[in-house]
Design a protein around this ligand. Sequence first.
Ligand code: ZN
Length: 176
Amino acid sequence: MPLPGLMSKTYQALRAGARNILLQDWATDAPTPPYYEYPPSLSPHPFMGLGKLVAGRIHQMRVAKSYLAAHPSWFDENWNLICPRCETDPETFQHAILTCPARTRLRDLLLKEVSFLGQDATLWSEPDQIRAMGEYITDTRHQENLGAWSKVFLNAPGPPRGVVVLVVHLVHSDPL
Ligand SMILES: [Zn+2]
């Protein structure tokens, strides 16, 4: 008769060992690009609880393939990396979340405790900070949409007033 708990402890030890080997193989066989500073993980990221659109945006920003200006895509021929909000620096992940002067009000309101975005940042594990990050991204993205659409229609010939109101309504109807 095995000792009480022996099977359970053996299973836990084997499981931990297998996970470590898998993570090592992953890092060796498919290393992340130099600009991606987060280690591979076998657990879902806590920010996945924010909902797929916001969580997707965070994933995109972390891999530098997002709607931010400094994350250009293959289909974007107009590579202006400068932040359209403040027009001072390239709109990187760091800039959009930590330093953009045009987002100071929302950052002070929601992300006062967030000072860096590295793999050890509490932002990736503290539920309150994760929720605040989701809200910050949603709110700043909405403002960007409004800004971009307002510019398009305000600069267009003809009476834009009613069109702008309609567009504002449509943007706010976009489910997030
Ligand atoms: Zn900016």
